[in-house]
Design a protein around this ligand. Sequence first.
Ligand code: SF4
Ligand code: SF4
Length: 385
Amino acid sequence: MMWNLLKDIWFLFGRLFPFPTKPGLRRVGNPGRSSPVLVTANFELTVRTVMETLERDGIDAWLLVAPTKGVNVWCAGGAGDFTADTVVSILKTSGIENLVDHRRLILPQLSASGVNIWSLKERTEWKPRFGPAHVKDLSAYLRNGKSRTEREHRHLKFNLKDRFVMGTNLGFNVALLLILPLLLASVWLPGLLWGTLALLFVFSVLCSVLAFWLPGKPGVQKGLSLGILGAAVFVVFTEVTGPPDPWHLIGWTGWIMVISAFVGYDMPSWSPLWRQDATELILGVKNTHVEILPEKCIGCHLCDIVCPADLFAYDSAAKKYAVVNLDACQACGACIENCPTEAIVNNFRSGVCSCPTCAVINGVGALTRKGSERKPSEEVAATVP
Ligand code: SF4
Ligand code: SF4
């Protein structure tokens, strides 16, 4: 009971860190030989959410928990820890082929950043499909029995609650990353440590919750506008509470704007593409450019099926896709990973996640590693050819 409560608190603040649960096969309800077979990551919160959702909705299913180093689906896909190798590994070790009469396999849509569905088809006798982006739509997808997800179930939507949780996690991570330099600096500047930690946390939550309404496009502009507002509130507050020390006032006013701009700058990093903001800010070039080469496109629909941001539109006369909503791109790489003809050109796909958490887990070298250098974990490599 106490352990579960502690885990719930941790997941509110630290869900960007791995939290492994044992890989393997789970029964949801009372599955039979025709029940659906689903795959997910071995991140405890994900497994728990999938199982609770399906049980609540009265769905019987087999759930394959793949060895993704305890990382959640989207991050593991972007980091190269949820790939075709990972899925082959859990298929081979779980014994699922003896428990069902069919070979339909449903993958989480967000694993498409790492799982190449064509490779999976080639290497197994299973017929893999990508399911919906959100777990809450999984039961509806399973019930309607269609192989392709409904359009509205493919697109990521971050509601207020999602953005609040993202903000608390961002604040916690940034605070952890900066705690050592802040501790050192607080030897000379007492009060800096706790003041800065509080600012980091408050601005992370506000930046995330208000992201859609703050002015500016790059996160740093949004953060700065929030910081200017925060500094103004601070000035008014110090005027009301007593005559401020001018140096104290100038120092903290500037620091509030720096912290808020930093948090805004860092906010987009919690996607598979860190430095996205930096390139755009420093070089002034659009750094999430994806483009379809019409001569290579065979109209297989897969880019549209895996894209969580609704970027593509089908030209039914030409039987090809085109990019129509470039600004919405999340740089997840799912379309690029799954395009069978390499028709999608881009200027960002590195093939590995380069966010600070992944850099800590996978080593700083991961920041520059290319997609072709992805290696399966030892656990996965031992079970796949
Ligand atoms: S995945 Fe590639 S080939 Fe298939 S529709 Fe998209 S661009 Fe065309
Ligand atoms: S277009 Fe952008 S958001 Fe959509 S799948 Fe490709 S990389 Fe991801």
